[in-house]
Design a protein around this ligand. Structure first.
Ligand code: SPV
Ligand code: MG
Length: 294
């Protein structure tokens, strides 16, 4: 049994001035385990990554159950907190009130819900359909999320897509403040501008009502050191680097095997089978064998 719920470490780090928590995206328990081994503070249960791993668009195509069951499998595998990307909350405030306890029971430490209409379109695509729900409607969804959690330690992170939708900084700030008022523990402010200017302007104007969360995919030049120096940001999420790494690695190896007409050349460049067996949790299984097989 765990002495402290996993959300506590995330909450503590996000609340600590000068500290910055970091989360790596994962699309399955193995990628989550590798993120933990690399030293990330948390796993980002990315809808984009899971959609990509099913080779479907990140546009509310996968069902809630598919995502929920993956979060359950990840949370059962890793010790670090899991931050679930629940997109728009799979419906209205009533749906959210049923969804949140299920994610909580699956063992996640935080949920991130965005203010787009259902079905959503992915944020980083050029010319995506980006339509937001009314502010009051989303406040209701946040309030429903907060009220339906069994443990108030579960973090409810509200995400505004105002900048992604091209609505400007005033709209983004107004929405972010309204969402904190409705009970959000933190605000994820997303941008797809290739320079961090609009994010930096938002952070400068933010009065620090709640910690901010950034996903710097579009503006990778902003490093953790830069972000820490700004204060106000409690968490940085690397949103799709597990699936991109996997795609790049598989492409390269598959192509080489076709080029070489066999696995003779690639074999020594790959992680060993022994390495994979260890990642599968073989050591723990052998302990069970020793202890209980009679
Ligand atoms: C995700 O990883 O699913 C996200 C981040 O929500 S983004 O793809 O940038 O919208
Ligand atoms: Mg997403």
């Amino acid at each position: 049994p765990r002495a402290r719920p996993p959300y506590q470490a995330l909450r503590d780090k996000m609340a600590c001035p000068g500290a910055l928590a970091h989360a790596m995206a994962a699309h399955n328990p193995l990628s989550a385990k590798l993120a933990g081994q690399a030293g990330f503070d948390a796993v980002w249960g990315s809808g984009f990554e899971l959609s990509a791993s099913y080779a479907v668009p990140d546009a509310s195509i996968l069902s809630m159950s598919t995502h929920l069951e993956m979060m359950r499998a990840i949370a059962a595998t890793v010790e670090i907190p899991v931050i679930a990307d629940i997109d728009t909350g799979f419906g209205n405030a009533v749906n959210v009130a049923f969804v949140v306890p299920q994610y909580e029971a699956a063992g996640v430490s935080a949920i991130v819900m965005e203010d787009k209409t259902f079905p959503k379109d992915t944020s980083l695509r050029a010319d995506g359909r980006q339509e937001l729900v009314r502010v009051a409607e989303f406040q209701g969804k946040i309030a429903a999320a907060c009220a339906s959690r069994r443990d108030v330690g579960l973090m409810i992170i509200a995400r505004t897509e105002a900048l992604i939708a091209g609505l400007g900084q005033q709209e983004a700030l107004m929405r972010a403040r309204a969402y904190v008022e409705a009970g959000a523990d933190a605000i994820l402010i997303h941008s797809k501008q290739p320079a961090p200017d609009e994010i930096l302007a938002f952070i400068a104007a933010w009065q620090g009502e709640a910690p901010l969360v950034l996903v710097p995919t579009a503006y990778p030049q902003l490093t953790e050191r830069d972000i820490r120096s700004l204060g106000k940001v409690g968490l940085v999420i690397y949103g799709n680097h597990a699936i991109r790494a996997a795609v790049g690695a598989m492409r390269e190896v598959f192509a080489q095997i076709r080029r070489d007409g066999g696995i003779n050349q690639v074999d020594r460049t790959l992680p060993t089978v022994k390495d994979i067996i260890e990642l599968q949790g073989d050591a723990a299984m052998r302990v069970l064998e020793q202890r209980y097989l009679r």
